[in-house]
Design a protein around this ligand. Structure first.
Ligand code: ZN
Length: 205
């Protein structure tokens, strides 16, 4: 897949929406940071936002796995971004799957007023279902990049975030070690195995 190249911008500033999606360990945040660093080099005013729920590492930084980070602002509701991003030319949004559904209209408003919006997020949860506002963001985006991890059991391209421990809680934060990227086939196999174990356990109790 070709690397994303910024469209050339006319004097009149037009906004647009980019989405970078994929599973865990696919390099989404790294790609977001790469684009934002290029915007900084191009002398653009850049701000990065993430949901206040995501406090795994540093409070004020978008931190990727290779420690390649940029400062960011945690926000509790997506509508706060509209106020905080006033006169910002490029807005980065990380962990978008954890935001409320209003993020969709927030991004549209930003793009309408001439802001370039770059969104990174998990497209699917650990059950393989579309995650939070991500399917809507993918629909309204001007540009979409799906990045892929490598399947741990077989080494093929991975699209799923497989949760190695079975637990009822949907959002498990700060536990990246409980997940591994998997291809469709290895993901389905793992899900079947977990289901079998769960049925066995309920019969025994
Ligand atoms: Zn596989």
């Amino acid at each position: 897949m070709a690397m994303f190249i910024e469209p050339s911008v006319n004097k009149e500033q037009k906004g647009w929406i980019e989405v970078v999606c994929g599973s865990m360990f696919s390099g989404k945040t790294e790609e977001l940071i790469r684009r934002l660093k290029r915007a900084i080099i191009a002398n653009k005013k850049v701000e990065i936002f993430k949901p206040a729920i995501d406090v795994r590492y540093d409070e004020n930084e978008v931190v990727s796995h290779d420690q390649n980070s940029i400062r960011s602002t945690p926000v509790s509701h997506s509508e706060n971004i509209l106020l905080l991003a006033n006169d910002v030319e490029v807005v980065g949004i990380d962990e978008a799957q954890f935001f409320d559904k209003e993020l969709v209209s927030v991004c549209e408003k930003l793009a309408k007023r001439g802001t370039r919006v770059i969104i990174a997020g998990l497209d699917m949860d650990f059950l393989g279902k579309p995650f939070g506002p991500m399917p809507y963001l993918l629909s309204i985006a001007d540009y979409i990049t799906k990045v892929h991890a490598i399947c741990v059991p077989c080494g093929d391209i991975a699209v799923h975030s497989f949760r190695k421990i079975s637990d009822e809680q949907t959002v498990l934060l700060g536990e990246k070690e409980s997940y591994e990227p998997r291809c469709r086939k290895c993901f389905e196999k793992g899900m079947r195995e977990q289901q079998r174990t769960a049925t066995k356990d309920s019969k025994n109790s």
